[in-house]
Design a binder for this molecule. Structure first.
Ligand SMILES: [Zn+2]
Length: 268
């Protein structure tokens, strides 16, 4: 037992304050100081934890921002749709994360977002252009092939191959088959002014030229006669021997109806 210093009441040793006058006992002083100390310690721990969490969020946002920028830049450089989309999506994600964590947003997030969007639009435009262009090229080639078909007409079954028919056959072959690995629909600017020689069963056309992009091809076209005249080869060197030098008959395009030519004509 002890007594209260203010009112003299008898107090148990375990009380923190006098129940009569409210004076804090020495035990109460100690308990009060301990409680204050504990509260300060808790507040400090909470401040440290909050600061650590904020730093972690800041690091995470910074990392996401860099990744988003990387995706968007790669998408732009490679002109590849999914990469730009990933960049823009990740930038949006980073922005909402920064907002929820109350972290300052790095400037590169906006760059990543708009770069990603621009990359998507660019690749969509390129893909559309490529699609339209290839369709246009296919139509152009189809129309030209049909026109050549009309120009060739009966000339392919004439006993003697006419120069104009040979030119048309050569162009048709290049458009259909292509040349040197280049697709036929990409070949253009056909020029047919080279030396032409025709015999009864074979013919050759030199310096037949055409263009692919900036490359100009200059080839010899070799013809053979089966059921009709056809292109047997397109090559850089001369055609195989056996083709006579162009004579007066070579340019005669008219269809003779005499017995001699009827004998030489193949059944269709
Ligand atoms: Zn008291």
């Amino acid at each position: 037992m002890t007594t209260c210093k203010r009112c003299g009441a008898a107090l148990a040793l375990t009380v923190n304050a006098c129940p009569y006058c409210g004076l804090t006992t020495p035990l109460g002083e100690v308990a009060h100081h301990r409680a204050e100390f504990d509260a300060r310690g808790r507040a400090h721990s909470e401040r440290v934890a909050a600061s650590q969490a904020e730093e972690a969020a800041r690091v995470r946002v910074a990392k996401l921002a860099s990744q988003a920028l990387l995706w968007s830049a790669a998408g732009t450089a490679l002109c590849c749709l999914p990469l730009g989309l990933v960049g823009a999506a990740q930038a949006a994600q980073t922005r909402s994360l920064a907002r929820s964590q109350n972290v300052a947003l790095p400037a590169r997030v906006a760059v990543a977002f708009w770069l990603g969007i621009a990359s998507c639009m660019l690749s969509t435009a390129v893909a559309t252009w490529a699609f339209v262009d290839s369709r246009h090229e296919r139509h152009r080639v189809a129309a030209r092939t049909a026109q050549l078909e009309r120009e060739i007409g009966a000339g392919a079954s004439a006993p003697t191959l006419a120069r104009a028919v040979a030119c048309a056959l050569a162009e048709q072959r290049a458009l259909k088959v292509g040349y040197d690995g280049e697709p036929g629909e990409r070949l253009d600017d056909f020029t047919c002014v080279g030396r032409f020689a025709a015999g009864t069963d074979s013919a050759s056309l030199e310096d037949f030229s055409f263009r692919y992009s900036s490359t100009t091809f200059n080839v010899s076209t070799c013809f053979k006669r089966g059921a009709i005249w056809y292109v047997s080869d397109m090559r850089t060197g001369a055609c195989p021997t056996g083709v006579p030098v162009a004579g007066p008959a070579a340019s005669a395009g008219a269809l003779p109806g005499g017995p001699a030519s009827a004998a030489g004509k193949q059944p269709n």
